[in-house]
Design a protein around this ligand. Structure first.
Ligand SMILES: [Zn+2]
Length: 169
């Protein structure tokens, strides 16, 4: 890479995530940071949308099989199905949370330092409130979908496509 781009910090994303992501795209539209760690952080920060010159948001997601969503910038895939709050809580408790708990315990026990402990602690707190935050978004999506269904009988499927498969099956 010729000229190095501004180093990416997690804090800077909260101001203009999309701008930061767009500054770190390869010519093929894939996310790439100045180094491996930055690339990982940017991949985690991807919000699966870009902005055109007029500031209009555009999804970077497509549905290869009509069910899963795939983002062309971060290359991640996820299901279109919306889970209930309880199911989401269970998923987190059964998958990622045990590792975060292990990390927090070991970070303190091994004297890894305040930053390492803070990181684990914040991640743990974020995961604990994730099912609630997820549910808030899910409710808005479901409400909009039912309004859309009432309004149009066939045709304009713009809403669903812009949500990249956030629909109930
Ligand atoms: Zn993405």
């Amino acid at each position: 890479m010729k000229d190095k781009k501004k180093p990416y910090k997690i804090d800077s994303a909260s101001k203009n995530i999309m701008g930061v992501i767009q500054d770190h795209l390869t010519k093929h539209g894939k996310i790439k940071g100045n180094n491996k760690r930055e690339t990982l952080i940017l991949l985690g920060a991807c919000i699966h949308h870009t902005q055109n010159s007029k500031g209009k948001l555009k999804p970077t997601v497509w549905n290869p099989d009509g069910r899963t969503c795939k983002c062309r910038m971060c290359k991640y895939e996820w299901g279109g199905e919306i889970l209930t709050k309880d199911k989401m809580k269970k998923e987190i408790e059964e998958t990622i949370l045990p590792f975060v708990n292990q990390y927090k315990y070991l970070a303190v026990a091994s004297n890894a330092g305040a930053e390492a402990v803070k990181y684990g602690s914040e991640l743990g707190s974020m995961l604990m409130v994730f099912p609630n935050n997820y549910n808030k978004i899910a409710k808005v999506v479901k409400k909009k979908e039912s309004v859309k269904k009432k309004k149009s009988s066939g045709g304009g499927d713009k809403y669903n496509s812009s949500l990249g498969g956030w629909r109930r099956h």
